[in-house]
Design a protein around this ligand. Structure first.
Ligand code: ADP
Ligand code: MG
Length: 345
C-alpha cells in the first residue's frame, strides 16, 4: 500500500467512525400519524428522518386510497364496482398485492381469501353496527367468497371479478404491504435503523443504533390493550399479529371477531386466539398470520414450516407455542402466570 492509499484509507475510517459515533449518539425521530384506519408510529434514526417519515405517511395514504374498499375511484373500489361485468386496470402496487394474496390463498387452501368482502360487510364487525347475521344471509353470500374468481391479466395489469356482488377486501394484507413499502423508503433514503408500527403490524430495519435488536411486545390477547405476554427481539424483520381481540363483539358470552373462515362464513373458530408471524416481509407475515389464525394449530404449523418463518401461537386453552427459530429471542413476561409456555417443535 503506498502513502496516498494509506491516507485515503485513514480518511474513510475517520468518516466512518464519525458517522457511527453520530448514529450512536442520536435520538430517534418519533412520529404518530393516522392512516389505513389505524395509528401509524415511526421511530427513525438518521439524518433528515423527519422528511423521510413524512414521505412514508404520504405513501401509506396513497396506498390506502388505492386499496381500501371505500375510496371512490380507488383500484379496489372500481374493481368491486365492476364485479360480474368487466375488468379494470390496476396500479402496479394493487396488482402486486392481489397477486401475492392469491398465492397465499392457494398455499393455505383458501383459508386466506381476499374475496371475503361480502362477509365483512354482512357482519359489520368494527363498524358500530355489528350483528350476527341469519344462517340464510350467510348461506346467500358464501358462493361469492372464492379467490379463484379473481382473474388477473398478467400482461396488462388488469383484474376482474367473475360474479356480480363479489368484493375484494385487502384488510388482511394491505397494512403488511405498506410496512414493506415504508422499509424500502427508509433504505432508499440512507436510513439504516428504523421501526414502523401500522396498527400492530411492526416492521424493523436493521438494529437499533447501539447495535442491539429491536424489542417488540406481544399483546396479551386476554388483557387490556398494551399489556403484553412476552417480548421478541428482532433485527430487520416484521412481527405481525392476527388475533380475536382486535375487533369483536360479544353476544351471550360468545365472541364474534373480524377474521372469517371463508368456508363457514363465521368468525374462525380454530382454537387459536392470537397468531404472530416473524418474517422478512411484512406482507407475507400479515397474510400468513391471518391464514394460520383460520387454519388452527396443526395446519397452521404446517404452513409456517413450509414458508420457513417463525411464529408465536396462543391457543384458547391458554398455551403459548414458540417455533424453535426464535426461542432464544423470545422472553415470556406473563406476570399473572395465566399462560402455559409449551416448548415443542
Ligand atoms: P388486522 O387487520 O386486525 O391486523 P388481519 O391482518 O388478520 O388483522 O386482517 C383481518 C382483516 O382481513 C379483516 O378485517 C378483513 O378485512 C380481512 N379478512 C377477514 N377474514 C379473512 C380471511 N379469511 N382471509 C383474508 N382476509 C380476511
Ligand atoms: Mg393479516
Amino acid at each position: 500500500m503506498n502513502k496516498s492509499m494509506v491516507i485515503t484509507l485513514c480518511f474513510f475510517l475517520l468518516i466512518a467512525g464519525l458517522t457511527l459515533g453520530y448514529q450512536l449518539r442520536q435520538r430517534p425521530y418519533e412520529i404518530e400519524s393516522f392512516g389505513m384506519g389505524t395509528i401509524i408510529s415511526q421511530t427513525i434514526f438518521g439524518s433528515h428522518s423527519a422528511t423521510v417519515g413524512a414521505q412514508v405517511i404520504q405513501q401509506i395514504k396513497y396506498l390506502e386510497n388505492m386499496m381500501t374498499i371505500n375510496a371512490p375511484g380507488g383500484d379496489i373500489n372500481c374493481l368491486n364496482g365492476q364485479a360480474g361485468r368487466r375488468s379494470v386496470s390496476l396500479h402496479s402496487e394493487s396488482y402486486a398485492v392481489i397477486r401475492s394474496a392469491l398465492r397465499f390463498s392457494r398455499m393455505s387452501g383458501g383459508a386466506f381469501d381476499i374475496t371475503v368482502g361480502p362477509l365483512v360487510r354482512l357482519w359489520g364487525i368494527g363498524t358500530g353496527k355489528a350483528k350476527i347475521p341469519s344462517d340464510e344471509a350467510i348461506k346467500k353470500v358464501l358462493p361469492l367468497i372464492d379467490y379463484k374468481d379473481v382473474c388477473l391479466d398478467t400482461r396488462q395489469y388488469r383484474a376482474s371479478l367473475k360474479k356480480s356482488g363479489q368484493m375484494i377486501d385487502l384488510g388482511g394484507i394491505a397494512k403488511g404491504y405498506a410496512g414493506d413499502v415504508a422499509i424500502k423508503t427508509y433504505k432508499r433514503n440512507g436510513i439504516h435503523s428504523a421501526c414502523v408500527n401500522i396498527g400492530g403490524n411492526v416492521v424493523t430495519l436493521g438494529n437499533r443504533p447501539d447495535g442491539g435488536p429491536w424489542r417488540i411486545g406481544i399483546q396479551d390477547p386476554r388483557a387490556d390493550n398494551g399489556k403484553i405476554v412476552g417480548v421478541v427481539k428482532v433485527s430487520g424483520q416484521a412481527v405481525v399479529t392476527s388475533g380475536d381481540y382486535q375487533r369483536y363483539f360479544i353476544v351471550n358470552g360468545k365472541r364474534y371477531h373480524h377474521i372469517f373462515n371463508p368456508r363457514t362464513g363465521y368468525p374462525a373458530n380454530s382454537g387459536l386466539i392470537s397468531v404472530t408471524i416473524i418474517a422478512h416481509s411484512s406482507a407475507e407475515a400479515d397474510a400468513l398470520a391471518t391464514a394460520v389464525f383460520v387454519l388452527g394449530y396443526d395446519n397452521g404449523m404446517h404452513l409456517i414450516k413450509r414458508y420457513g418463518v417463525n411464529a408465536i401461537l396462543i391457543t384458547a386453552d391458554m398455551k403459548i407455542y414458540v417455533t424453535p427459530g426464535i426461542r432464544g429471542s423470545f422472553h415470556l413476561e406473563d406476570t399473572g402466570e395465566k399462560y402455559q409456555y409449551v416448548k415443542k417443535s
